[in-house]
Design a protein around this ligand. Structure first.
Ligand code: FEO
Length: 397
């Protein structure tokens, strides 16, 4: 097979993981995930990030085959999360002369995992240049995109950005590796937004700071550590990440509900219908006990309206609604038009708990929470008419 080249001296040596069910043992991977790693075979040689341990049996062989008798001089570590870093031990073992290139925060983590001797470590700071011959690598610190030590590597010669988690996506690379080899809009955009909202969303302000730092840099190609390589239209992925990190949402509403015996579900469907009658066309209704929070969070990121409803459960909201509220609290989607509803048999504890959550998160409510006891009859849901009208008016663009 032909080697996959990013440019004349830069090779793609990544892999696909279709075995793992949950990323970080938390987020579903129905379409898998790619771990991207890049090898520069220049006067000096450098590997940029590694892979998750066990994800590619012939990784070391492939590197050796490309190097064709040369040694590996440098391993650049942009980020220490083990999906990129857990092959570092194998690299150190197989290339005993390799120097690990990273920043001082990374060194502390490297030492915690590998007891890396100081003499095998080259500490770089922002603005430093690693000269490989033709390629000259610069480093930009982008803390919290996605861990505190994270940096990106920029090839000043060919204007290629090795961006690690930034501009990444869930989903394996099924034949197509480059943006011009895939149908991005049909499939990857949803997986990329889900990846963004699940993994990076919490750090959106840090993504904006990273954008500010990279503003003056010309980027012809983006090589992330997950998902497609952007050699034809890097502006597209830059635009999406800019939009999501500014929390710019489309017109639409997510209605997420928890229901034990169908009454809260009936409330959700009634409200959804009323919103449709008000002209809202993007309405996504989710049962939180059925749909994994990963997908709900992604849709919350997409749309500008959010409505939560729950039954009462042990004097509180339903446990699965707790999980969604936890993820909302962690990732902090901003600027949502927001409303609440709930049903119970005697004390309205679910809706009360949602109202306490909203107050704590400083999420302003549209109208009063619609609450009912017992069966969800049309009469008891009368309050939804005013809520739907006001809500639709607020989210309409
Ligand atoms: Fe893909 Fe934060 O690691």
């Amino acid at each position: 097979m032909n080697r996959v080249k990013i440019s004349e001296r830069i090779f793609y040596v990544g892999t696909n993981d279709r075995k793992k069910h949950l990323f970080e043992n938390n987020w579903p991977l129905p379409a898998g995930v790619a771990y991207n790693s890049y090898l520069i075979n220049d006067g000096k040689t450098a590997l940029i990030d590694t892979l998750e341990f066990g994800s590619k049996d012939d990784y070391i062989d492939e590197i050796n085959s490309i190097l064709d008798g040369k040694s590996l001089d440098y391993l650049v570590v942009n980020h220490m999360e083990p999906d990129h870093a857990s092959m570092i031990g194998e690299i150190l073992k197989n290339f005993p002369a390799v120097t690990v290139v990273a920043n001082s925060k990374t060194f502390v983590m490297l030492d915690a995992y590998y007891k890396l001797p100081r003499e095998r470590f080259m500490e770089i700071k922002e603005g430093d240049i690693l000269d490989l011959g033709h390629h000259k690598l610069a480093f930009v610190m982008v803390p919290w995109v996605h861990w505190p030590e994270t940096m990106v590597t920029y090839d000043t010669t060919e204007q290629i950005l090795f961006s690690c988690d930034a501009f990444g996506s869930f989903g394996t690379l099924d034949g197509g590796i480059f943006d011009d080899e895939i149908n991005f809009d049909r499939y990857y955009e949803d997986e990329m937004r889900r990846y963004y909202s699940n993994i990076v969303g919490k750090y959106s302000n840090m993504v904006q700071k990273a954008f500010a730092k990279l503003a003056g840099i010309s980027v012809k190609c983006i090589c992330p550590s997950h998902g497609p390589v952007w050699r034809t239209d890097p502006a597209k992925v830059l635009g999406l990440y800019d939009k999501w990190s500014r929390q710019e949402a489309e017109e639409g509403v997510v209605i997420a509900y928890a229901s034990m015996y169908g009454n809260t579900e009936k409330m959700a469907d009634t409200l959804a219908r009323l919103l449709a009658e008000e002209g809202i066309r993007n309405i996504r209704v989710f049962d939180v006990s059925k749909t994994h929070v990963s997908y709900i969070l992604s849709e919350i990121w997409r749309y500008n309206g959010l409505i939560l409803g729950t039954c009462a459960y042990n004097g509180d909201m339903h446990p699965m609604m707790h999980l969604l509220c936890h993820e909302i609290s962690v990732s902090q989607p901003k600027g949502k038009t927001f409303a609440i509803f709930g049903s119970s048999t005697w004390n309205g504890a679910g809706a009360k708990a949602l109202m306490a959550f909203a107050e704590n998160e400083k999420m302003a409510m549209t109208g009063e929470a619609v609450q009912l006891l017992g069966a969800a009859t049309d009469e008891k849901m009368e309050g939804f008419k005013a809520m739907a009208k006001e809500f639709a008016a607020k989210i309409r663009k």
